[in-house]
Design a protein around this ligand. Structure first.
Ligand SMILES: O=C(O)CCC(=O)N[C@@H](CCC(=O)O)C(=O)O
Ligand SMILES: [Zn+2]
Length: 344
């Protein structure tokens, strides 16, 4: 049975990588009273013995080649199992796509982060990512629902970006359907070393949107830097993030710095450009980084016969990817945004 080794090493990542699609559920209790429940491969839940007020989901490897967040979560999980980090809050850790970690690719057959909010069930398509998206929705649903109503919920879905970025770390605030954005969440992100936030203007099929929309969780996609293979991440660049996540789960209450709008660079999505044709190109090189701004009238992308030009000065590119599946987002553009009365 795998538990003996897990109890000794805390190495849930290797266990996950050795079981790409399934791991029988099992559980044990740490000397400090925390209940450890392995729910599946890549899915491990921790419940402290004492009272808790927060239900925290920390996911990584929704894209398998985004290794820095995987290493952060690996370190946190090992510290918890070894009894070095004592929890005060319920936590669910998720390694999203174990097989894609092993093949060091963004996904195996289909982008997992386009399959949430029920998208996995649409069409007559079967593949490992669709199966996994459905299961991950079920684990998150159970995690948030198996406790009394009214508790605090959050979900940080940790990623790294394919391209370099002018603003190395940034977060995507899913569309809130008119609900206010939270300054306290910006303070949390700032404490993680993330001072740049993009606000989305439409529903999505991402994991963070699912938790935000369905469970009212404070949920974000958090981009922590650029994709690198295991062993090539400078973990000192993630020290603030790791320390802030540790505090979130190991303290009853965390105080963040007082809100100051000048600490942040906020952007709102200006538009989403989807790839609809085989021939889809960008006029800029692979080396063009996220947040590169364009002047009004400059070419941003060509989709078959259709050319997209910048509509306003400073329209900046995010996540340009000409290789996405047809119908999917190939580019987001953003423009600066001020803190206003929609922030509470
Ligand atoms: O760098 C890229 O092109 C993609 C990095 C990444 O995986 N980003 C997420 C953002 C999800 C969101 O919009 O909240 C994704 O594309 O899935
Ligand atoms: Zn990603």
């Amino acid at each position: 049975m795998y538990l003996d080794n897990l109890k000794k090493t805390g190495d849930f990542l290797t266990l996950t990588r050795n079981n790409e699609f399934h791991l029988p559920a099992s559980s044990f209790t740490l000397a400090n009273g925390t209940l450890v429940e392995v729910l599946d491969t890549g899915v491990i839940q921790f419940t402290p013995s004492g009272p808790t007020t927060k239900d925290v989901v920390l996911s990584s490897a929704i894209h398998g080649n985004e290794t820095a967040p995987i290493e952060i979560c690996d370190q946190l999980i090992q510290s918890i199992i070894k009894g070095e980090l004592v929890l005060k809050q319920r936590v669910l850790f998720i390694y999203g796509n174990p097989k894609s970690i092993n093949i060091a690719k963004r996904f195996v057959e289909e982008n997992l982060n386009r399959l949430f909010n029920g998208e996995h069930a649409k069409g007559n398509i079967q593949n490992p990512e669709r199966v996994r998206a459905e299961k991950l929705e079920q684990y998150v649903t159970a995690f948030f629902s198996d406790v009394e109503e009214g508790r605090y919920r959050c979900h940080y879905d940790l990623h790294t970006a394919i391209r370099g970025s002018k603003n190395e770390k940034f977060a995507v605030y899913p569309y809130l359907h008119g609900k206010p954005w939270k300054k306290q969440q910006l303070q949390f992100l700032l404490s993680c070393g993330v001072n740049t936030v993009l606000t989305m203007r439409a529903a999505a099929t991402t994991f963070s949107y699912f938790s935000s929309f369905v469970f009212g969780a404070d949920a974000f996609t958090v981009e922590l830097g650029q994709v690198k293979p295991f062993g090539e991440n400078d973990m000192s660049r993630f020290a603030q993030t790791k320390a802030t996540l540790s505090a979130l789960i190991s303290q009853e209450r965390v105080e963040y710095k007082q809100f100051n709008a000048n600490d942040f660079e906020l952007f709102q999505v200006h538009r989403t450009i989807n790839r609809t044709q085989e021939l889809f190109t960008f006029p800029f090189p692979e080396s063009a980084v996220n947040f590169t701004g364009f002047n009004e009238g400059e070419l941003l992308a060509t989709d078959g016969e259709v050319e997209y030009f910048a509509e306003v000065d400073g329209e900046a590119i995010i996540f340009p990817n000409a290789n996405v599946a047809l119908g999917q987002r190939a580019l987001l553009t953003v423009i600066p945004m001020e803190v206003n009365d929609k922030f509470i």
